[in-house]
Design a protein around this ligand. Sequence first.
Ligand SMILES: Nc1nc2c(c(=O)[nH]1)N[C@H]1C(S)=C(S)[C@@H](COP(=O)(O)OP(=O)(O)OC[C@H]3O[C@@H](n4cnc5c(=O)[nH]c(N)nc54)[C@H](O)[C@@H]3O)O[C@H]1N2
Ligand SMILES: Nc1nc2c(c(=O)[nH]1)N[C@H]1C(S)=C(S)[C@@H](COP(=O)(O)OP(=O)(O)OC[C@H]3O[C@@H](n4cnc5c(=O)[nH]c(N)nc54)[C@H](O)[C@@H]3O)O[C@H]1N2
Ligand SMILES: [Mo]
Length: 795
Amino acid sequence: MRTKPSGFGSRSRGYDTDVSRDVIAEPWGRRTPYGPGERWPVRVDSHLAEGLSEEDVDRWVPTAAVLHSNGDGMELAVKDGRIVGVRGRADDRVNHGRLDVKDLFGWQANNAGDRLTVPLVRRDGRLTEASWDEAMGLVVERSKRLLAEQGPGALGFYTSGQLFCEEYYTLAAIAHGAIGTNHLDGNTRLCTATAAAALKETFGCDGQPASYTDVDHADVIALFGHNVAETQSVLWMRILDRLAGPEPPALLCVDPRDTPVARAATVHLAPLPGTNVALMNGLLHEIIAHEWVDHDYVREHTVGYDDLAALVADYPPERVAEICGVAPERIREAAALLGRAERLLCTVLQGFYQSAQATAAAVQVNNVNLLRGMLGKPGCGVLQMNGQPTAENTRECGADGDLTGFRNWANDAHVAELAELWNLDPLQIPHYSSPTHAMQIFRYAENGTLRMLWVSATNPAVSLPELRRIRSVLSQERLFLVVQDAFRTETAELADVVLPAAMWGEKTGVFTNADRTVHLSDKAVEPPGEAKPDLDIWLDYARRMDFRDKDGQPFPAWHDAESAFEAWKRASAGRPCDYSGLSYEKLRQGGVQWPCTPERPEGTERLYTDGKFFAHPDYCEAYGRDLITGAPAEPEEYRAANPDGKAMLKAAEYVEPHETPSAEYPFALITGRTIYQFHTRTKTGRTPELRDAAPESWVEVSEVDAAKHDLTEGELAEITTPRGVVRARVRIGGIREGVLFLPFHYGYWDTGDPAGQDGHRAANELTRTDWDPVSKQPLFKTAAAAIASADGGER
Ligand SMILES: Nc1nc2c(c(=O)[nH]1)N[C@H]1C(S)=C(S)[C@@H](COP(=O)(O)OP(=O)(O)OC[C@H]3O[C@@H](n4cnc5c(=O)[nH]c(N)nc54)[C@H](O)[C@@H]3O)O[C@H]1N2
Ligand SMILES: Nc1nc2c(c(=O)[nH]1)N[C@H]1C(S)=C(S)[C@@H](COP(=O)(O)OP(=O)(O)OC[C@H]3O[C@@H](n4cnc5c(=O)[nH]c(N)nc54)[C@H](O)[C@@H]3O)O[C@H]1N2
Ligand SMILES: [Mo]
């Protein structure tokens, strides 16, 4: 169904409706300016299928956006049992009615004609239709055989940042509790493992300190490797409205590309990819050298100042300028913005998390706010951003490998607490070493120790680095691959069993955005065919496997979304991510920020308002790691260094990226996103407006480099790294010299080679199998590459 390309709805309801704009051409829409400390005005964005008006809609069902981490409150329009449109919620604390361009159109993917509707099993090499009984029978039989022959370590689960809280909690209980495997991780490893790691290193625990309302108060907003304009466009609308109002904030942008954020910035630093730690050390150097430090705050609430000051003393702007390829004056200007700010909000995302020394760099941003004493007050804080809509829940529930409820796997008391909650023997919950991270899970599959891998709501055959290797790992005969998805993805093409999943809008559950706002997403329509909610699939698996607790009762003990949520509330009670004051009923009224307890029913806008942290040795989620090697600290070390649970200022030397440009591969290659596409395009590629807005891949090249390599706008080029070759159209400009940018959205499902066996399109053909030593997040933004005109490339 093709929908009309403009905004919808012209009736006045007492708020701005930003009618009839071309949302593709103007994704951020009209400005509603406001000043510091004022309330962000409401503007409601909506879109209905061609020919429909609001009177035609049968029901509006509350949910929130799922094509980024912003958590914009919205409603699904339902007519005749189908989703026919969306409307932003004027009363939602996150978006005040606005919607991202992908959310205005992307719901059409639910209605796509090529949804998976029945299970598929591989027979004679081909995927063929099967019943649920047959498909689940195969999964259960293989699980039981592997458990008997090899034990729990033969089974692994690789999940997502796009399911619901109840689903992750259930998967964590099954994997860590019922089965007892350590091999459970999410694609959050590729996404916000570094956010979690950086928060743990500094504050002893995951959990976002700041709130989106800090945008309303800040006088300086600094964005580190974060193209918020394209990746959280509603948050950018909020920033743009501050910029258009009285006393606008100053913006600092740190990004090698000329993004919309860079163009709006007061100061734009475009460092060479992979040099973030050197740059941050230079900024910290200046802040300390100019005495912009809040020494009272530092003395009372932190440990580690002397070591940090000593280390960054060696990073004067001239030295940093040399490493990063940025003028020393720009570094001084940027430092002055940070140093003189009265209300400083910093945000961090993939330009740091997926680049060299990811955690070390992200931690230095926390250090800026700590040194300046700018935390827990209106306009002051850090957003170590999430990317995916429900990544926060993956982490909280422990489906990223961590222990449920931000518990500490290295603290026996925490493991015992979880075992009691689940009524299982503590020894059954693996905690002999840190949880297996995704890159290691794939390594175990590669070398044959892992024999069954259950992939849910993620598409590793496009999204993991070094795809030729990933395809060969996933297509091995000895690996039993289960893929649970709504579409026949590149990964599904390689599976032994494919399980058809219901999506957002077709099932009920809660999820939590990047500023801890929990939203309820109610079921609006039936899933297509025999597709089932992921929750139901896992509970069905648990029953078929006959998992039992210590008393012989079925485990997990819950049976549907709401009972899973009630169980999760008990698991979260007393932990930083406390949901005990929430209920489905309450969430139907709108989003609430955790922690939310019976004593604090309104939720919590900012963490750490009293300068107290979740970092006490008995309470913290992690004992920390060495920022250079990633080696975990011993509990005693942590206790000695931070007995009172203060915030930790951790310093790190700059280390050169593992792969740097050379004569053969003279460019630094980075990868990322465009506003119109989401990830591997399973949804946005099936949405006509979005598909057509960015139909094919491209490579960004600076003007100087284009001239040097004789490349012209629009021609087909070949980008090469030691891992492979990709062909993409040249786009000149928008990037610093010496750097190439490729979007990573374009895989193979819509080509004639759906598994991508001869792949030359996906950016990850080119990326390296390499990760940050602390967070284990793959480095999608550090590789060396060459570019040349493709033979016979027509313009
Ligand atoms: N439109 C859209 N929005 C999305 C998504 C999507 O697929 N499409 N995905 C969501 C998800 S899961 C995520 S994780 C977020 C990601 O959101 P972002 O992190 O904002 O997006 P990216 O494009 O991956 O990377 C951000 C920027 O990092 C810069 N960069 C690259 N290397 C370096 C470096 O070494 N140093 C610095 N300082 N910067 C560097 C790039 O030029 C790029 O502009 O977006 C979310 N929102
Ligand atoms: N080169 C490069 N690679 C990258 C990145 C980069 O910047 N550069 N970014 C990385 C990041 S930050 C991320 S988050 C990953 C994203 O990578 P992926 O997670 O692989 O990307 P998606 O396309 O979002 O895959 C999600 C899958 O879940 C399915 N799905 C959606 N809803 C449901 C549901 O309710 N149930 C089930 N079972 N399935 C569902 C979708 O159809 C889709 O196939 O990519 C990473 N890879
Ligand atoms: Mo992500």
